[in-house]
Ligand binder design. Structure first.
Ligand SMILES: NC(=O)C1=CN([C@@H]2O[C@H](COP(=O)(O)OP(=O)(O)OC[C@H]3O[C@@H](n4cnc5c(N)ncnc54)[C@H](OP(=O)(O)O)[C@@H]3O)[C@@H](O)[C@H]2O)C=CC1
Ligand SMILES: N[C@@H](CC(=O)OP(=O)(O)O)C(=O)O
Length: 332
């Protein structure tokens, strides 16, 4: 049995982690929940037991085996050293440490063996990257991927617990003729699309867009992989969708790709255009599989394939992936 903490337990991902720890029957003898001073002292129920929210500190981390990170990257950076000094392993869902050389970045279906390389911190990848790479890694096994063009359609809950609240408030304001006042997003998201997630990072690409290449390279051990990505916020409540075009070293047929996806851990093939069957966010929410469909030849390159994948970014894209990493850690 393990003593486990969640840093950021009151947020969208933290709350999902509590649910999934119980659902997967993670062997827990004690669960400690950490959040900001705004939440400290509140009592929530977990597995039929009351648990009081605490403020994070080295003292409060002491005695824990694992702390799951479900806070923003600045909070992760602030507390990771204290978690490690207190003797626990920090399995972090934020972007804080993902690209550090001594921090493994893990999707359990793709590179589980990398967990062993940790020195106290292990990172879980970006949500769109997890959903995409869980699918494309199965195709990379058929023929190495040279490059990828991806466009993401990211749900409002990807921006945290405040995202869906803002979407609902805007829909209501528009229905009743009141002014829309965006706070979480930089523009009105109701009945709109916003082609920016994250700040500008490189040559007009945003930080969110560069994660697909940089994290994808590290997880799949493909240091030369080239990715062009466009990330778009869409007025969907939950589950991210990604359109992906892959260019391989040699041609991969649609039939081979369908077989590989159908057999891939963590994936479900949903690909029957004639019967209107393809992955959609309403169908992928509140479960852990990445649905993959619309697999077809890339008409611009004989070595290319185009596909569409969709997955719950709060579950597989964040909470579940992080907990699966913690499961690998205790199996070791
Ligand atoms: N939402 C999603 O779909 C995904 C999110 N992520 C990543 O997961 C992390 C959490 O995101 P999300 O759950 O959406 O965010 P939320 O905004 O919903 O939750 C943030 C959490 O951090 C806590 N927190 C804020 N400030 C402090 C502080 N000073 N000390 C301690 N705790 C603090 C909050 O506590 P309080 O309630 O007290 O303010 C809350 O529990 C982020 O790194 C995000 O990038 C990754 C993939 C998907
Ligand atoms: N930025 C993503 C969610 C996220 O938090 O990503 P990351 O864990 O890489 O910061 C979104 O808004 O949908």
């Amino acid at each position: 049995m393990y003593k486990v903490g969640i840093l950021g337990a009151t947020g969208a991902v933290g709350r999902e982690m509590m649910k999934i720890l119980a659902e997967r029957q993670f062997p827990i003898s004690e669960l400690r929940l950490f959040a900001s001073s705004r939440s400290a002292g509140k009592v929530v129920e977990w597995n039929g037991r009351p648990v009081m929210i605490q403020e994070p500190s080295e003292e409060n981390f002491r005695g824990l085996d694992i702390v799951l990170g479900a806070a923003e990257s600045d909070i992760a950076r602030l507390y990771a050293p204290e978690v490690v000094r207190a003797g626990a392993v920090f399995v972090d869902n934020s972007s804080a440490y993902r690209m550090d050389d001594d921090v493994p970045l893990v999707i359990p279906e793709v590179n589980p063996e990398d967990v062993k390389l940790h020195h106290g911190i292990i990172a879980s990848a970006n949500c769109s990257t997890i959903i995409t790479v869980t699918a494309v890694n199965a195709l990379n096994a058929i023929s190495p991927i040279r490059s990828m063009v991806a466009s993401t359609y990211q749900a409002v809950s990807g921006a945290g617990a405040g995202g869906p609240v803002e979407l609902a408030e805007e829909v209501e304001a528009l229905r009743t003729g009141k002014p829309v006042q965006p706070k979480v997003f930089s523009h009105q998201i109701a009945y709109n699309l916003i082609p920016q997630i994250g700040g500008e990072q490189y040559e007009g690409y945003t930080s969110e867009e560069m994660k697909m290449q940089n994290e994808g390279r590290k997880i799949m051990h493909l240091p030369d992989l080239r990715v062009t990505c466009t990330c778009v916020r869409v007025p969907v409540v939950r589950s991210h969708s990604i359109s992906v075009t892959l260019r391989f070293d040699k041609p991969v047929s649609v039939r081979e790709a369908r077989h590989a996806i159908a057999a891939a851990p963590g994936c479900r093939l949903v690909d029957d255009l004639g019967n209107h069957e393809y992955p959609m966010p309403l169908d992928t929410s509140d479960q852990d599989l990445v649905y993959v469909g619309r697999i077809r030849p890339d008409l611009t390159d004989d070595n290319g394939l185009t596909l569409w994948c969709c997955g719950d970014q709060i579950r597989k894209g964040a909470a579940t992936n992080t907990i699966q990493v913690a499961e690998l850690l205790i199996e070791k």
